[in-house]
Write a protein that binds this ligand. Structure first.
Ligand code: PLP
Length: 376
């Protein structure tokens, strides 16, 4: 199998899986139980939180464990908007956010918030100038992703944070799911930040919302005292404890993996551009982990299925929208043609991919285009 769908999810690192299996046995007790096994689970959970805080240079109290990035995103934007309505009703976001933000924003709009979706430019980003020119006195929240999950474009979030913070009553949230462990994130500049373990070779069911201490949120999951009362429910202690190791390994290998993935991406860009009808849709300075391409002769669906038959896994659009038959909204927002949008496929890489796999992919595409493609 060739797995080029790492933006969707990644394989679990063997070292993480080993520790996780051990923790399932050793830390099964409820972290809020007062007995000895409960106290042990709680101790390990809090140690993990401390290690993560140390790695990211944030405060331990700023880490909220959640079940997935969709939950973190929902808690960040809906939780913030509901708890801070006195600051205003205006929210800025973009027209290419992940569906968890997109749907959360639609909900906020349906209950009376004024949500403005900024367009991306030809590089696939929202610039700080664009944000500056749309900020209003009543703008209470700006939520923009760091790296786009379909095309890999990188928003200048450090510069955007400065623009947002020039307005003392507004805060900045960034969905950093596709950048965490891949490029540096300016944690100290972000009021709230979302990441997800399963995108960096960790365990599913484990995610984090970082939020600055002064930020007040309305909980969306009611229950007990867990996670400062911000999300009720028994802690998923084994997954949250092993997240510390997952993060440490990702950060330790960040530079080396980046260089490896960039080499693969550059190789594929050269080979795909040389195919008749082959186009690179990702902007030039996108994150190399995500490469969006299209072939004039073949639609996304046909190509994806034909590659699947050959044991090659890729995506068309975001995995969360994969069952919808609509062309990619992100590719259209980038001003590519309707044809490109319905022919686009997303390749996404990890440390485990090789140059041989890249070459096999190119040969497979050529053969599929020859057998099933329409003539140009
Ligand atoms: N945000 C972005 C940018 C993503 O790419 C994804 C997943 O694809 C998510 C959020 C949601 O992540 P999760 O599956 O952990 O809910």
């Amino acid at each position: 199998m060739i797995y080029f769908d790492n933006a969707s999810t990644t394989s679990v690192r063997p070292e993480v899986a080993r520790v996780y299996k051990k923790l399932i046995d050793e830390c099964f007790a409820n972290a809020d139980s007062m007995h000895a096994p409960g106290r042990k689970t709680n101790r390990q959970l809090e140690q993990a939180r401390q290690h993560i805080a140390h790695s990211l240079k944030v405060l331990k109290e700023e880490i909220i464990f959640t079940s997935c990035a969709s939950e973190s995103n929902s808690l960040a934007v809906i939780g913030y908007a509901l708890a801070n309505q006195h600051r205003g009703k205006h929210i800025l976001t973009s027209n290419v956010e992940h569906s968890s933000i997109k749907h959360a924003m639609n909900f906020l709009e349906s209950i009376g918030f004024d949500v403005e979706r900024l367009p991306i430019n030809e590089q696939g980003i929202v610039t700080e100038e664009m944000v500056r020119s749309h900020m209003r006195k009543d703008t209470m929240l700006v939520s923009l992703m760091h790296v786009n999950n379909e095309i890999g474009s990188i928003n200048p979030i450090e510069k955007i944070a400065k623009v947002v913070h020039a307005h003392p009553t507004c805060v900045f949230h960034s969905d950093c799911v596709q950048s965490f462990g891949k490029i540096d994130i300016p944690f100290e500049q972000l009021d709230m930040m979302t990441m997800s373990a399963h995108k960096i070779h960790g365990i599913k069911g484990s995610s984090m919302l970082l939020k600055k201490k002064n930020i007040v949120l309305q909980p969306l999951i009611f229950g007990g005292q867990q996670e400062q009362g911000l999300r009720g429910g028994t802690e998923n202690a084994p997954a949250n404890i092993v997240l510390a190791k997952t993060i440490r390994l990702a950060l330790e290998e960040q530079e080396e993996t980046y260089a490896h993935v960039k080499m693969l991406r550059d190789h594929l860009v050269d080979r795909i551009s040389a195919i008749d009808g082959g186009h690179v849709l990702s902007p030039q300075n996108a994150l190399p982990y995500i490469l969006n391409v299209s072939f004039d002769q073949i639609t996304s669906e046909v190509l994806l299925n034909a590659l699947d038959e050959k044991g090659i896994c890729v995506s068309a659009k975001s995995t969360c929208d994969s069952r919808s038959s609509q062309a990619s909204e992100v590719i259209l927002a980038l001003n590519h043609s309707q044809k490109d949008a319905s022919h686009a496929i997303r390749l996404s890489f990890s440390k485990d991919n090789t140059i041989e796999e890249a070459d096999q992919f190119v040969e497979a595409v050529k053969e599929i285009v020859k057998n099933y493609g329409l003539s140009l």
